[in-house]
Design a binder for this molecule. Structure first.
Ligand code: NAD
Ligand code: GLY
Length: 370
């Protein structure tokens, strides 16, 4: 499934027929023309990034594109989850129109999940769809958001409520970019890595338990393995269920609780990965209440989240009712039955819409607050 080039770049594939695309993973791959230029649709290139990332990586990316007879423009947005709005996407559309870019242009998302989701949505909608490439620079984006084609923005009434499925032409993961990432953001990314172990692969979970310290210290071989295995799992799930009719929903473990936390706290105050961490703990506890997990399993999940420096308690300012009203707005639950991703065992997740309201209410009342 994977091949190794002289640059020590490993390439995985997301298999979606004609829309299949590679994920190139390596240290320094941002400087590699051979891993970027073949995926451009034409001469017009719009780089989308933000004020925090541009000083670190924009010049390097432009250097890689230099000399290839391209028309390169950039749009540098403000930073933060609170900017993941339609107004920011409008700025990207404006920049594309002002530059006179046509349907053969390519957007390059250089940044974390916020930039990737917005640039992807701008690409999905500009002139009814143009090419885009993901260059994720956070761990969370490298293992999750850059792969699989979910794009979009938040609405004040709910997270990711406006969006589209639109696949990139390539995902280019330069693990060296993690060296400038704040530790709190690295932990947030680890939440999604741990998620893959919990929902899909018990042996990966065991590997993570042994290697969390190495991951937090950015040990290159540990980081590579974690990104590769996470992307393999995501690619497998997306290839089977691109538009989340079934198995892809398993990737949302903890997200229904987590989205409620993010929205209630105000976007950006709890990081997405932190909210997912607490949400996974809540889903784990509910799975215990349903009789599927042991107390030892619950402790194991808490231990790995704590080792990743992620929260295992819910926000002190959220009552059960706050969760319930937000969770009903989560887009996965727009129909009447609340659908939750739970764990039948560690390493095996399930989609259930049969949690009794009373049982859910009891969990939300009793779950520890931080
Ligand atoms: P983010 O994009 O806000 O990035 C986190 C912070 O790190 C930002 O301040 C950013 O500017 C900064 N940053 C990024 N790369 C950096 C680097 N290399 N060095 C220094 N600073 C850097 O957050 P995120 O955690 O990457 O993404 C979260 C978003 O992703 C959420 O909006 C979430 O909904 C979305 N998401 C989408 C999917 C999907 O499938 N599309 C999946 C999971 C999450
Ligand atoms: N992060 C969930 C998904 O991509 O489906």
């Amino acid at each position: 499934m994977s091949s190794v080039s002289l640059l020590s770049v490993e390439s995985l594939s997301v298999s979606l027929g004609e829309r299949s695309y590679p994920i190139h993973v390596g240290a320094g791959v941002l400087a590699s023309r051979e891993h970027l230029l073949p995926y451009l649709a034409g001469r017009q290139v719009m780089i989308v990034t933000n004020e925090a990332i541009a000083p670190h990586y924009l010049a390097a990316l432009k250097q890689t594109l230099a000399g290839a007879d391209l028309e390169i423009r950039e749009v540098i947005l403000p930073d933060g989850e609170a900017t993941k709005t339609l107004a920011s996407v409008e700025r990207i559309w404006d920049a594309l129109l002002a530059a006179g870019f046509n349907r053969h242009c390519t957007l390059i998302a250089l940044g974390g999940g916020v930039i990737g989701d917005m640039a992807g949505y701008a690409a999905a909608s500009y002139q009814r769809g143009v090419a885009f490439i993901q260059i994720p620079t956070t761990l969370l984006a490298q293992v999750d958001s850059s792969v699989g084609g979910k794009t979009g923005v938040n609405h004040p009434r709910g997270k990711n409520m406006i969006g589209a499925f639109w696949q990139p032409r390539a995902v280019i993961v330069d693990i060296d970019t993690l060296r400038t990432l704040p530790a709190r953001e690295l932990s947030a990314g680890l939440a999604e890595v741990i998620k893959y172990g919990l929902i899909w692969d018990i042996s990966f979970l065991e590997w993570l338990e042994e290697n969390l310290a190495a991951l937090r210290a950015l040990d290159e071989s540990a980081i590579r393995h974690a990104i590769r295995r996470s992307c393999e799992i995501k690619a497998e799930v997306v290839a089977e269920d691109e538009t989340e009719q079934g198995v892809r929903a398993l990737l949302n473990l903890g997200h229904t609780f987590g989205h409620a936390i993010e929205a209630h706290q105000g976007y950006g105050n709890w990081l997405h990965g932190e909210a997912v961490g607490a949400g996974m703990m809540m889903a784990t506890r509910l799975s215990f209440d349903r009789g599927w997990l042991s107390e030892a399993d619950v402790e194991r999940v808490a231990a790995i989240l704590i080792a990743a420096d992620l929260p295992v308690t819910a926000p002190a300012n959220m009552q059960a009712e706050d969760f319930l009203s937000r969770m009903r707005l989560d887009k996965k639950n727009l129909d009447s039955r609340l659908r939750l991703i739970l764990l039948e065992a560690l390493g095996r997740a399930c989609i259930r819409d049969d949690t009794e309201a009373e049982q859910l209410h009891r969990l939300l009342e009793r779950f520890p607050r931080g």
